[in-house]
Design a protein around this ligand. Sequence first.
Ligand SMILES: Cc1cc2nc3c(=O)[nH]c(=O)nc-3n(C[C@H](O)[C@H](O)[C@H](O)COP(=O)(O)OP(=O)(O)OC[C@H]3O[C@@H](n4cnc5c(N)ncnc54)[C@H](O)[C@@H]3O)c2cc1C
Length: 364
Amino acid sequence: MRDVVLVGGGVMGCLSALELLQAGCRVTLLERGELGREASWAGGGIVSPLYPWRYCDAVSALSDWSQGYYPALAEALLEQTGLDPEVHSCGLLWLDHDEQELALSWAGAHAKPLRSVDADFIYQQVPQLAAGFRGALWQLGLANVRNPRLMQSLRARLVQFDEFTLHEHCAVESLLRDGDAVLGVDCAVGRIEADAVVLCAGAWSGDWLAQVGLNLPVEPVKGQMLLYKMAPGWLPSIVMAQGRYAIPRRDGHILIGSTLEYEGYDKRTTEQALASLQASAEALLPALAAQAPVAQWAGLRPGSPDGVPYIGPLSAMPGLWLNTGHFRNGLVLAPASCRLLTDLMLGRTPDIDPAPYLPDTRLN
Ligand SMILES: Cc1cc2nc3c(=O)[nH]c(=O)nc-3n(C[C@H](O)[C@H](O)[C@H](O)COP(=O)(O)OP(=O)(O)OC[C@H]3O[C@@H](n4cnc5c(N)ncnc54)[C@H](O)[C@@H]3O)c2cc1C
């Protein structure tokens, strides 16, 4: 495998490109808009599923691997590009703890430093928290990554490779084919032949594959977020209650998220979500009531059944590969997913068992 075309320049496209380049491939990345400006920019960047114990082992396996890898990835990118993805190991407090037993047994099985804490601990850890919380689950060191910075540093790293070609504002509409075999793509810059084409088109992947007659259950799921600005360190840790969270960046920005809306490709922000997210912000951190949010935005997650991504080849169309459908967890799952994809493409023995993610057995 030498020449690879990647369709879609989110975190999956960019990290897959990096893995493939580092393994000696020649990579062309085609992005319909600007690199890294869709879900991978819009997300919160928590380096964990929101309630990790609710997910199946397939999601945990990718998440565990990636959590171990993120600090080294960020360090390498900072050194190579001067742009810091800002992995912030601030810990996370789950304030609604009615799943304590399940969570602690999951943590034991996955060797996570998750523990049950009382009110004294909670208010010592996060003094700004609203009154009335009596207990929580706490995971020391759980991180968030500043995903827009991650995407900027990935871009800066990719363009350092001579074997890398990037075309932005270049939507891929059709495949070059010989019967079922995929030989490349046809796009705005012309015909590009390749040994393999990888679809990493996020929320658009399902409709994209429908054009070639394959039924991949990946659909857009809108998420809206609010951004506040406080002093650096004002919020020491991520806090979560009732499915909503507040994420501190190192510079004092605080993200409040998120909604979960099935609205097709409509990415507009709404007054209703603004009000609902403001209410969640104030219920967690009452001081935010006196602050106006500095931004509101929406992104489209690549929704998939149970959040289990599709990673691997499609034998119905030899030469076509998938790395998509990461739903709410694409930022945390990206490093492991892209390493697994590369291992499979290059015939290397993967660190992670590929079986749960292989598309062939899971297409409708
Ligand atoms: C509000 C919100 C909060 C989130 N919070 C978190 C979190 O805290 N932690 C976490 O791990 N995950 C989080 N996520 C999920 C995460 O952001 C996504 O799972 C991840 O970014 C998906 O990456 P991707 O590369 O598959 O998709 P995208 O980033 O959407 O990239 C796909 C790219 O493909 C391009 N494309 C589409 N069609 C074509 C075509 N035909 N030709 C060329 N290019 C094309 C698009 O323009 C886009 O740039 C969140 C998402 C949202 C929206």
